[in-house]
Design a protein around this ligand. Structure first.
Ligand code: V55
Ligand code: FE
Length: 490
């Protein structure tokens, strides 16, 4: 077997394929004693070379990483592949059986009709289980401690959508989880299912809507009173799949639509608002003040994904691919169908997050990975997405409209940032920021821990994982008051 000699499979992005249990990690600096809990993070890490000869980063098998900060100050590390149906079938066969990203027509006959999910995009804890998520399939449940895969979860058959988002949202007051499934009736269908799931993991509300066009609905917003479905021009079409074309094409001709519905509403209550042609996938948070709804997000003017080509044949525009901190404002009392957009600065950034306790309510601070283009930058790393090689950790103050950032140094990239509250009831912003630093060309990975009120000072501590991690996607922090972080059981 051999992986392709392409950027996605070599150097910095070479698959690691490592599952490990490493106790007592080295700590450089001093860890704050309040930092107790578990950090989970997931990313694509292909088990086998791609069936198609090459592949995109988004299609690798989900590998979950866990860092436990126990009461005695010890930090342990564990990583496990998610045993998706795909992973298990391919391991048995000893080769890839599933083909191109979200294209079942490219699969081996032996796996026709199987769930294609890789569980490689999002991870969260709910109802005492770890949920490993890929937006093309149902959630996979795992044991939060052993990382043993429990299998696909359909809520005892109540999940009628074929898909489930990698970006569920939570209301910390009610303990509810909110989720969507797009392409809910099959690949490239415009149907979106919306689910409210109670703190015990039962579906308590469901609604089905139809988007104005089919495409990637990677994230959405929930507020105290409303749910917002952003439809962005990363479009899909069943015909392209049969033609062997990429699953998505960027369409510069269509607007963003925002579907707004009461939080426990039905399809009849839905209202569509229309904006410019824009990209946004990730949302900091949403909230509403009466009938005004605010969605803070990272917005780009053009296509951010070079591997999803422009439908008009236009070449990839690197400048237009850069997202910036922005706000979308919907006023339900407006009589036209427009909504407003405010762009707050020109820093290139992605992976927006807030203090998770404030989801659905107004936040002041956003935390985001950013690219400081004025800093020395190592270009030795081949990548198909240079705008996503983040070198700085940023806190954006939505009141002052300004960034504070820490440059992580050369030859490293920063992953998604998590806010960790100092205590259960600490005020917003009082706590720590944690993020992985991928060290190019080095055999280890560091987790940086910063004071969230003093980002510019840099790390209080680095926790060293003595293996190279492949670039990943999203993560979550589970504080010790939600679930104790016991030292690794051997
Ligand atoms: C993203 C990542 C995915 C995917 C769709 O924007 C969107 C990120 C890792 O997979 O399938
Ligand atoms: Fe995402």
């Amino acid at each position: 077997m051999r992986f392709p000699d392409s950027p996605v499979f070599t150097g910095y992005q070479a698959p690691s394929r490592v599952e490990s249990d490493i106790g007592d990690l080295e700590v450089l600096g001093t860890l704050p004693p309040e930092l107790r809990g578990t950090f989970y993070r997931v990313g694509p890490d292909p088990q086998f070379p791609p069936k198609q000869g090459n592949d995109i980063f988004f299609n690798g098998d989900g590998l979950v990483h866990m860092l436990r900060f126990a009461d005695d100050g010890r930090v342990d590390y564990r990583s496990r592949y998610v045993r998706t149906d795909k992973f298990v079938a391919e391991r048995r066969a000893g080769r890839a059986l599933f083909g191109a990203y979200r294209n079942p027509y490219t699969d081996d006959d032996s796996v026709k009709g199987m769930v294609r999910g890789t569980a490689n995009t999002g991870v969260c804890l709910h109802a005492d289980k770890l949920w490993a998520l890929k937006e093309d399939s149902p959630p996979v449940l795992m044991d939060p401690e052993s990382l043993q895969t429990l299998g696909y979860h359909t809520f005892d058959g109540a999940l009628k959508s074929k898909t489930f988002t990698a970006h569920p949202h939570f209301d910390s007051e009610t303990g509810e989880m909110f989720a969507i499934g797009f392409a809910a009736k099959g690949e490239a269908t415009p149907d979106i299912a919306y689910y409210v799931i109670d703190k015990d993991g039962r579906i308590t509300h469901e609604a089905w809507i139809k988007a104005p066009y089919s495409g990637m609905v990677h994230d959405f917003a929930v507020t105290k009173d409303y749910v917002v479905f952003p439809i962005v021009p990363i479009t899909s079409n069943e015909a392209w799949l049969r033609q062997g074309r990429p699953h998505y094409h960027w369409d510069p001709r269509v607007p963003v639509y925002m579907g707004v519905m009461p939080r426990y509403g039905r399809a009849e209550d839905l209202r569509w608002f229309k904006g410019h042609n824009r990209y946004s996938t990730h949302i900091f948070n949403g909230w509403n003040e009466g009938r005004r709804i605010f969605v803070d997000t990272a917005v780009a003017k053009g296509n951010p994904f070079p591997f999803f080509p422009d439908i008009t044949g236009a070449p990839f525009d690197l400048g237009a691919s850069a997202p910036h901190v922005s706000r979308w404002i919907i006023d339900l009392d407006r009589t036209d169908d427009g909504f407003d957009e405010e762009c707050y600065d020109h820093e290139v950034c992605e992976f927006p997050r807030v203090d998770d306790r404030l989801q659905t309510r107004r936040h002041r601070y956003g935390y985001i990975s950013s690219l400081d283009v004025f800093k020395p930058w190592t270009r030795s790393v081949a990548t198909e997405r240079p705008m996503m090689m983040f070198n700085s950790m940023s806190r954006f103050d939505f009141e002052e409209k300004k960034h504070e950032r820490w440059f992580i140094g050369e030859a490293s990239t920063l992953e998604e940032v998590q806010f960790v509250p100092r205590s259960r009831d600490a005020p917003e912003g009082d706590g720590f920021l944690i993020a992985l630093l991928l060290r190019h060309g080095q055999p280890h990975t560091d987790l940086a821990v910063l004071d969230a009120m003093n980002v510019t000072a840099g790390p209080l501590a680095l926790v060293r994982i003595p293996v190279r991690l492949r670039p990943g996607l999203h993560g979550t922090w589970v504080p010790h008051w939600k679930r104790p972080a016991n030292p690794l059981r051997r």
